[in-house]
Ligand binder design. Structure first.
Ligand SMILES: C=C(O[C@H]1C=CC=C(C(=O)O)[C@@H]1O)C(=O)O
Length: 473
């Protein structure tokens, strides 16, 4: 890996100006220093990112890699206003930011995400932050480095800036090798919450509620709690996910001794140069064992009326939300099949131009879209109400928005699916299934195992055990 050194004098100059301003105005000033650093692969830095008690972030999609270390300033919020609170907090902060290299302003500044529901859990219900060190790269372009720092009126000199620069230098000079996969180890105990039988009964209850007209679709989730002999190695799990799921977005948030990570195929929304993009992803089918069987299952998914209805509900909701804030909305009526290792889904794209790019914020789009009927249900309120009664756990950050944004309120958020929450020696995995009229409890239960499997494999939990062996259809 070859990269130009950090422009320390430029960063220190920006810091000195910010310090003068902080003293003059008697209030803190944020500094963001950006520069191009050439040929640096964010995924190659994962091995040095996840030290205990350090805030860290990863978001690596086929179109952008972002890794970040430490936090210079947090932006949070609570309750139903949490998205707007982060948006306004960041808007206000940006007005007084002292930024170097403004030409690189379209690169990520804030990273983080949101819990599924507006409720605090082990991780906050909303947490976006300005990292101390952020490396970002789009394929075919040089990587950029962003250094973040909060300068306070009482600061005496550049010590903190020098520490940030040293953290960046240490990260960039870390060996650019992906960590080795962890050796397979005994699973310890695996607990299903709720049990397979109980969850199937809930699926049947959802179908009954649908029959009574309470809602048309609800995405019912369950947990797998895996306790392992020792804490999982986050970089190794991420490396395994990157290897196995190249078409997905591999993400991780480490905060306060908790890590939440996964490899999701679903993009919630991206806003770039005034163009908003989302996807309608729903309905699942396993991959075949042979090319012939695989082709048959693929055709069966496209032809399956129940699957098509399940996905159409998502497309319609996205289209409606896009029409509220965008013009020239295009949403393909016919879905494509997204083939992933072990599983496939129906997918279609929704694109629009935001009506007012000057005032648009990706967080406004996130707020409007989340939770889509791919993870909540339809109608939204009725489905969420029932899920709140039915699911015997809090979803935490599972199925919530996780991503990044720029100084200009553009950015990209994925839906945190195929994910796990790691704390100590416990990994809590999540999987949910869209239930509509005609859903079959046995098939849905088998589908949860298809969705758990990539994370179980990445955690090196042996694929034995009666439940893990269960195969659908
Ligand atoms: C809710 C999940 O998947 C969603 C995305 C694609 C297909 C889905 C399904 O077939 O039910 C779900 O709507 C999950 O993976 O936990």
């Amino acid at each position: 890996m070859h990269h130009p050194g950090i422009d320390l004098s430029g960063f220190l100059e920006a810091h000195a100006k910010a310090l003068a301003r902080a003293r003059g105005d008697a209030c803190p000033v944020l500094v963001i220093w950006r520069q191009e650093i050439g040929d640096v692969d964010p995924a190659g830095l994962l091995g040095s990112l996840f030290a205990p008690a350090v805030r860290a972030f990863t978001w690596i999609s086929p179109h952008r890699g972002v890794v970040a270390l430490g936090a210079a300033a947090d932006f949070s919020g609570s309750g139903t206003g949490r998205f707007a609170a982060v948006r306004h907090g960041w808007e206000k902060a940006v007005r007084s930011v002292a930024a170097g290299a403004p030409g690189l302003g379209a690169t990520p500044s804030l990273v983080g995400g949101f819990a599924f529901a507006p409720r605090p859990g082990p991780l906050p219900e909303a947490l976006m932050w300005l990292p101390r060190v952020l490396v970002s790269r789009e394929p075919g372009r040089p990587a950029t480095l962003a250094l973040g720092l909060c300068v306070r009126p009482g600061d005496t000199g550049p010590e903190e800036a020098l520490r940030v620069a040293a953290e960046a230098a240490a990260l960039l000079s870390s060996p650019a090798t992906r960590p080795a996969r962890p050796p397979s180890r005994p699973a310890g105990t695996v607990t299903e919450i709720p049990s397979g039988a109980e969850w199937k009964a809930l699926v049947a209850r959802a179908v009954e509620q649908i029959g009574r007209g309470r809602f048309a679709k609800a995405v019912l989730a369950r947990q797998l709690r895996v306790s392992t002999p020792r804490a999982a190695d986050v970089p190794a799990v991420l490396a395994a996910l990157l290897d196995a799921q190249p078409a997905s977005t591999v993400f991780a948030v480490a905060h306060d001794g908790h890590a939440f990570l996964g490899a999701t195929p679903e993009r919630l929304v991206g806003l770039h140069a005034g163009r908003a993009e989302s996807m309608s992803l729903a309905a699942s089918m396993p991959r075949g064992e042979t090319p012939d069987q695989d082709a048959r299952l693929r055709a069966a998914l496209l032809a399956d009326g129940k699957s098509r209805r399940e996905q159409t509900i998502v497309t319609a909701a996205l289209r409606e939300a896009f029409h509220d804030v965008c013009r020239h909305v295009t949403a393909a009526g016919e879905p494509h099949v997204l083939d992933l290792p072990g599983i496939r889904h129906l997918r279609s794209h929704i694109v629009g131009e935001v009506a007012d790019p000057e005032t648009a914020s990706v967080l406004d789009l996130v707020e409007r879209l989340h939770p889509t009927p791919a993870v909540g249900g339809h109608p939204r309120a009725a489905a969420l109400d029932w899920l709140g009664e039915a699911e015997p756990f809090d979803r935490g950050w599972y199925a919530g928005p996780v991503g990044w944004m720029t100084d200009d309120q553009e950015g990209d958020f994925a839906v945190a699916l195929r994910s796990a929450h790691l704390h100590g020696d416990t990994a809590t995995l999540y999987a949910g299934c869209g239930i509509v009229a005609g859903s079959d409890p046995d098939t849905e239960l088998a589908e949860t195992w298809l969705k758990f499997r990539p994370m179980l494999t990445a955690l090196a939990v042996p694929a034995a055990g009666p439940a893990v062996r269960a195969r659908p259809r």
